[in-house]
Ligand binder design. Structure first.
Ligand code: FAD
Length: 358
């Protein structure tokens, strides 16, 4: 962190004095702005945080949601991305609340009995040491919170303008050549249109970008047409690798990616649902029920929300292990102890089940 550039700073050096357009920044969206950013995902928030350092530039960032992202979307943060967080001064704080990925386990069908799974390998996550920072798991919402804090403490005192949906834009002439049509998505003015003129518009509105469509562009590159069910799960289990990132493959062709979440209790489960139609929302080529998994869930105490595209929170009971002598054996959904998984390195105490919340 660098400060004392222009004399002694005795307060919090993260909070910079308000200046320029930050001194009398209006609460409402003005009619004219220098830069209008559409979308408060990582791309939009990083751009806004960077621009918030320039007191002479009027930047606004609009978002159709009524408020901050609460749950969902990305959780895996590559180590090189944490270097970017360091540039904004919040790497240490986000590392402290994150789960660190240090290794990955691979579970495959047991060669002796394909109805069961066995751990096939355990590999270090970053054998080459790509960065001084770790590979993290932390809710995307927290990343966005830190960028929001940065811009709120920057000279322009910026905060996202929630509850505005981008509809269209036209490019003309003049000092503010881009005419943008927005609609209020919440509050007393819900449904009402408004127009903002901008010098520049940044389309950070995600994969199905309306800004991109408005300027006549299409996405270049490859797209995968594959569906994954995603859940954040609070489980009762003693699956030995529940606190390790795992790729789990069943003999019937189903696969699960298991990623422990920050905070020590939840984990995220991606379940392979198969190929979907190129339009993106069609049925899976192979229905989930036919893609049996060795980590099938015998009981589920609470499932407030799940999705095929974004994560919710579930609470469930997974297959349990039995303890025999000094070793622990993993039981698959068939319910019998699995000797191939017996290992002194998998003590039951390490994965002791916690009571499920109702
Ligand atoms: C379930 C899931 C898990 C993922 N896991 C990972 C992971 O572990 N690691 C990783 O690196 N990536 C992951 N990703 C991908 C990651 O979330 C995206 O790459 C990233 O969010 C893209 O950022 P973005 O800012 O471009 O767009 P987005 O994050 O999609 O943000 C776009 C924003 O624009 C807003 N918006 C859209 N249209 C409009 C409009 N017309 N008007 C106003 N606002 C609008 C949206 O509400 C949204 O807030 C995951 C994605 C999903 C869905």
């Amino acid at each position: 962190m660098q400060f004392h550039h222009h004399g002694y700073v005795s307060g919090d050096p993260r909070v910079q004095p308000a200046s320029g357009v930050g001194l009398d920044r209006p609460g409402e969206l003005p009619d004219e702005v220098d830069v209008l950013i559409v979308g408060t995902g990582p791309a939009g928030m990083l751009t806004a945080a960077q621009l918030s350092r320039f007191p002479g530039v009027t930047t606004r960032i609009v978002e159709r949601r009524p408020g901050r992202l609460v749950i969902g979307q990305a959780d895996g943060i590559q180590a090189r991305s944490v270097e970017t967080f360091q540039a904004f001064g919040f790497a240490e704080r986000i590392i402290a609340e994150a789960y660190r990925i240090t290794e990955m386990a691979f579970w495959k069908p047991d060669p002796a009995d394909h109805s069961r799974i066995a751990r096939a390998a355990r590999t270090p996550d970053d054998p080459t040491g790509i960065s001084e920072f770790p590979h993290l798991i932390v809710n995307q919402a927290r990343v966005l919170d830190y960028f929001a804090e940065y811009m709120a403490n920057a000279p322009v005192r910026m905060s996202p303008d929630y509850g505005y949906e981008f509809r269209s834009l036209e490019v003309g002439d003049g000092d503010y050549p881009v005419t943008v049509r927005l609609v209020h998505t919440s509050g007393p003015e819900e449904g009402q249109m408004l127009v903002v003129r901008a010098r520049y518009v940044v389309g950070a509105d995600g994969a199905r970008s309306k800004v991109r469509e408005s300027i006549g562009c299409t996405m270049a590159g490859d797209q995968a047409h594959h569906a994954w069910g995603v859940m954040d799960v609070l489980a009762v289990t003693d699956f030995p690798d529940i606190r390790t990132k795992c790729a789990i493959q069943s003999g019937a062709g189903g696969s699960i990616l298991l990623i422990p979440r920050e905070g020590g209790h939840l984990f995220r489960m991606y379940v392979d649902l198969g190929e979907i139609a190129p339009e993106g929302r069609g049925p899976c080529a192979a229905p989930p029920s036919s893609r049996s998994s060795a980590m099938r869930t015998p009981s589920c105490t609470r499932t407030p929300w799940t999705s095929a595209t974004s994560p919710g929170t579930a609470c469930m009971r997974l297959p349990t292990a039995s303890r025999t002598g000094s070793t622990t054996s993993f039981r698959t959904s068939a319910g019998r102890a699995h000797p191939a998984c017996s290992s002194p390195a998998m003590p039951a105490t390490r994965t002791a089940p916690r009571p499920a919340r109702a």
